[in-house]
Design a binder for this molecule. Sequence first.
Ligand code: SAM
Length: 289
Amino acid sequence: MEERPLIRPENTIAVIQKYGFDFQKKFGQNFLIDSHVLDKIMAAADIGPEDFVLEIGPGIGTMTQALAKQAGGVAAVEIDSHLVPILQETLAGYDNVTIINQDILKVDIKALAEQYNEGRPIKVVANLPYYITTPIVMGLLEGRAPVDSITVMVQKEVAVRMEAGPGTKDYGALSLAVQYYAEPYLAANVPPNCFIPRPKIGSAVIRLTLRRQPAVAVEDEKLLFRLIRASFNQRRKTLVNSLYNGGLPYTKEQLAEAIRGMDLPETVRGEALTLEQFGTLANRLKGMD
Ligand code: SAM
C-alpha cells in the first residue's frame, strides 16, 4: 500500500474524518501539519539507523512515520486509546515501531531502554502535550535512565526559559535545572498555523543533549536545588534575603559570609549567579554544616 504522509494536511484531515476522531483538549492534542517543521525536528534530533527512539505522544503517527524511516527502532507511547487503531493503520508499513498505550509519566524509561535497546542510551523525540512539559522533561533529565538527547516541541516561552542565561528575565529555576543536566539548543520557532487544531500560543523546537556528568560538581545536589528555588522564589530580593527567607538551615551571617567569600557584592541577586556560582555557594554552605 502506498504511504500517504500525514504531514500533508489533507492526509491528516482524511484520517481524522475516517475515524471520526475527536480532539481531546485535556491531552494537549495539536497535530503537526508542516513538512518544514518536521524536517527541522528531524535535523535537530539527528536520528540514524543505530538509534532507538522513544516518541512521546505520537498522535496519529505523523512524526512516527518519519522517525521509523530513519531510526533502527521506535517506541511510541500514547495515552489516548482512541488513537491506537489509527496508529495501527498509519504505521502498518513499518516493522520497527512498537505502539505502547500508556501515560508516559508512568513508563519506566530505564526498563524500556533495557527491553528495546540493550540498556544503551535512547533518543527522545516528541511534539509534547504542553500541559505536562515540565514533569516529562525533568523526569527524563533527573530519572537517570540512559537518554542521549531530548528533541521536543514545547511552548515557546518554555524553550526560551530552558536556554536562558544569568541576568535575563527568563532565567530561573527551570533554566538552571535543565542546564545542570543538559546542553540546550533552540532549533526552531514554530507558529500556531503549523498544527491542527491551532494552539493559542507559539511553539519552539529545543534539543537538550544530556551531559555525561552534571555541569557542576556539588557535594549535595538537593541543597543546590533548594538554593536555586529559594533564590528565584523572591527574585527581586537580594540573594542573602531570599535564601534567609527560604527556610534553609543557615543563619543570615553564615549566608552572608558564604556570599562574601565568593567575591560577590552583598547586594547581589540570585538571578545574577551562574550555575557554576550556585554550585560554589552550595559547596561553601555544605562546608559550614
Ligand atoms: N506527535 C503528534 C504530532 O506531532 O502530530 C501529536 C502531538 S500532540 C501535541 C501530543 C500528543 O501526546 C497527543 O497525541 C496526546 O494524546 C499525547 N499525550 C498527552 N498526554 C500524554 C501522556 N501523559 N502520555 C503519553 N501521551 C500523551
